[in-house]
Design a protein around this ligand. Sequence first.
Ligand SMILES: Nc1nc2c(ncn2[C@@H]2O[C@H](COP(=O)(O)OP(=O)(O)O)[C@@H](O)[C@H]2O)c(=O)[nH]1
Ligand SMILES: [Mg+2]
Length: 356
Amino acid sequence: MKLGIVGRPKTGKTTLFNLLTRSHQSVDKFGAVRETHVGTAHVPDPRLDRLSAMFKPKKHTPATVDFVDVPGIAKGEQEKIDLAALKNVEALVHVVRAFEDADIPHEGGLDPARDAKALDEELVLSDYVLLEKRREKLEKDRKKTKSAELDAEWAAIERCLPSLESGTPLRAAGLTAEEEKRLRGFTLLSLKPLLIVVNVSDADASAEPVARFSLEAFAAQPHVAVARAAAKIEMELNDLPDEDVPVFLADLGLTERGVDRILRASYRLLGVQSFFTAGEDECRAWTVPVGATAVECAGTIHSDLARGFIRAEVVPVEELLDLGSLAECRTKGKLRLEGKEYVVRDGDVVHVRFNV
Ligand SMILES: Nc1nc2c(ncn2[C@@H]2O[C@H](COP(=O)(O)OP(=O)(O)O)[C@@H](O)[C@H]2O)c(=O)[nH]1
Ligand SMILES: [Mg+2]
């Protein structure tokens, strides 16, 4: 899973990137750094930690989410967006400034709702320009060649353009799966699910962001979620010894780290969940779409496991942790045998029996 961090310059994008990926990229007051950063966040999951404490495996492998931090998008500079870096991201994280700092001016004063809307308009414009160019090219090609492929692409683009012209992001345009498939090759930013992260002052670290910053109109949109971070101070937690973390968090009125909050919101936005594999060799968390079947989950582990799938042995992680071992689960009849079509639940521990 890969997410792209976008937003105006000096809103704290790189700070958030550092917070999430435990990186140390330089941040600056003048927005002079125009680099693209790529990094990986480990998805915190206490259930996996407890599995590893039980199995003492050789390898402990949390789920990961990749983040790309692209240079800020200044007002009216949508054509400078690093589309190549955002090509394969599954969602955008839009960092919106809400923190006070007299040394870092912010045009027009702090107004997260206004800023969220303005950037969204630029994503829409970026898509419009891209698809309009493609439409012109297709128009010529279709005169030369008759092809069902080209016709289908044309139809999908014709569906998008009026929506974009009226300022509606493609994520809210109600495209069919077939239309989305036709558009998959293009980096359409307004089609990607959007997580708005309001970067707040320390005093607002625990504030509920939608009401506090009047983001109701966004929170109500399809494929949009809102979360908050006090990115700068929360980033400092990365360099603190574990035992000092709870006190630091409590001072901010928080009970969990920013990375937990942002990743949970991302999982919900993208409709994904975790299942586990556990044993003496490795305890590992895997990310799959909600609704994935046992054989699909087997396929994310290895294609051989899907190909030769016989059965999955499944137990919810909490039951395994309560009973203390797989053998005990088996004795108590808690280890279920499931077939290919079993819909895996969040937190299932899955062992695939296969034969290739
Ligand atoms: N007070 C405060 N300052 C922040 C916060 N996040 C970022 N900054 C500062 O804002 C400036 C720009 O941050 P940076 O992460 O480089 O922003 P970017 O241009 O969006 O990548 C730096 O001086 C940061 O230290 C925050 O949550 N609170
Ligand atoms: Mg930056």
